[in-house]
Design a protein around this ligand. Structure first.
Ligand SMILES: *Cc1c(COP(=O)(O)O)cnc(C)c1O
Length: 360
């Protein structure tokens, strides 16, 4: 029986960090940059509230959540749009801007969703070389043509963990053609205590040609609930609202996100935990000649070029012990490296013990 033809996309589907291993029950998942401390107790309280009206559609404008965001981050309520993860915001942004023959520039090792959604919208994805796994402004500018519509970057970048400092970001915006939209993805900004770092939101709040992405999936620990937001000019936000699926963020997710913003203590504890354990793991691995980027967000990119084991082999050995890291080979095409998420105290200790067993 024949059936209608559908479009063909020449893209590699996103492969999430693995969360299961055959035959092993208590796995330690350090592959998706999720929150080490789970979620705030304030969120748990909201989620166990029996008065949530599950039979009602959620507020399509996410008014209360946007109000809370605007209060918390001192930004304009009308310039915020919420999505089912920042993922969905990336998707509708691509739908809004891109048509076939348009070009999008992304750093060569950047977060995969930019290239995926840009390709689905029909645009051509142009890769800008990096220097020692750090975004190069020079290389990005080299790739700009009359067809360029958007430059996407994550700061700090996933999976490399490197970042552009304040003056580099400002320099990029200054030298970039005004008619190119710069998208700065602040997914990990809360973790960033590095000198010279400034979030995209803080730097570009009032710029019409910069769009900012934020998420509740990382430090706030709401990855499963799917909440993120975008920040841009009223003109962009209004246009996005026309094409946005009307009920994209569930009421439970909106309420949980509001509660999570009210728990500063949880975020502070998460930041502290991350700095302590990221440094601990980094130093520990150096004993085995596994080197990594400077500590930035809640993950490290591990380099095996000086270690006596190859990244792939090491990864397989860890897997046998129930510990999952992220291969950087899949999707990102980075050889002989692995990405590790900083886990809970217990998970980190178990990881370090496993490393001892594998490498001693
Ligand atoms: C994890 C991550 C996100 C978050 O995606 P959500 O769809 O909000 O879960 C966005 N950008 C980058 C760079 C990330 O690493």
């Amino acid at each position: 029986m024949s059936s209608p033809l559908f479009k063909k996309f020449n893209i590699e589907a996103y492969k999430p960090g693995k969360s299961q291993i055959k035959k092993i029950k208590n796995i330690i998942k350090l592959s998706a940059n999720e929150s080490a401390l789970g979620v705030s107790s304030k969120v748990i309280k909201v989620l166990s509230n029996k008065r949530i009206n599950f039979h009602r559609y959620p507020d399509s404008k996410a008014i209360l959540l946007r109000k809370e965001i605007s209060k918390k981050f001192k930004c304009n309520f009308e310039k915020i749009i919420c999505g089912a993860g920042s993922d969905e915001v990336i998707q509708i942004l691509c739908q809004l801007y891109l048509k076939p023959k348009d070009e999008v520039v992304v750093p060569e090792y950047s977060f995969l969703m930019y290239r995926i959604y840009a390709s689905i919208a029909g645009a051509k994805v142009i890769f800008a070389k990096e220097k020692n796994f750090k975004i190069s402004i020079f290389e990005i500018l080299k790739k700009i043509t009359k067809k360029t519509k958007i430059v996407f970057l994550a700061n700090p970048n996933n999976p490399t963990g490197t970042f552009l400092n304040k003056s580099e970001l400002l320099d990029l915006r200054k030298k970039l053609n005004e008619n190119v939209l710069l998208v700065v993805d602040d997914a990990y900004y809360e973790y960033m205590k590095n000198s010279g770092y400034k979030s995209g939101l803080e730097l570009f709040k009032n710029k019409n040609n910069v769009f900012i992405l934020r998420t509740f999936s990382k430090i706030y620990g709401l990855a499963s609930l799917r909440v993120g937001w975008g920040y841009g000019s009223k003109k962009i936000i209004n246009a996005l609202n026309v094409i946005k699926p009307p009920f994209n963020v569930s009421q439970v997710a909106q309420r949980a996100a509001i509660a999570s913003l009210k728990d500063k203590n949880f975020v502070d504890r998460s930041i502290k935990h991350n700095i302590i354990y990221a440094n601990k793991i980094k130093k520990f691995l150096e004993n085995y000649k596994i080197f990594s980027n400077d500590v930035t967000a809640n993950f490290l990119m591990l380099d095996f070029s000086q270690c006596r084991l190859k990244a792939d082999f090491f990864n397989k050995e860890l897997k046998k012990k129930g510990i999952i890291l992220r291969s950087t080979e899949e999707g990102y095409k980075i050889k002989n490296k692995l990405r590790i998420t900083i886990g809970s105290k217990n998970e980190n200790l178990k990881f370090m013990n496993a490393v001892k067993k594998i490498l001693n």
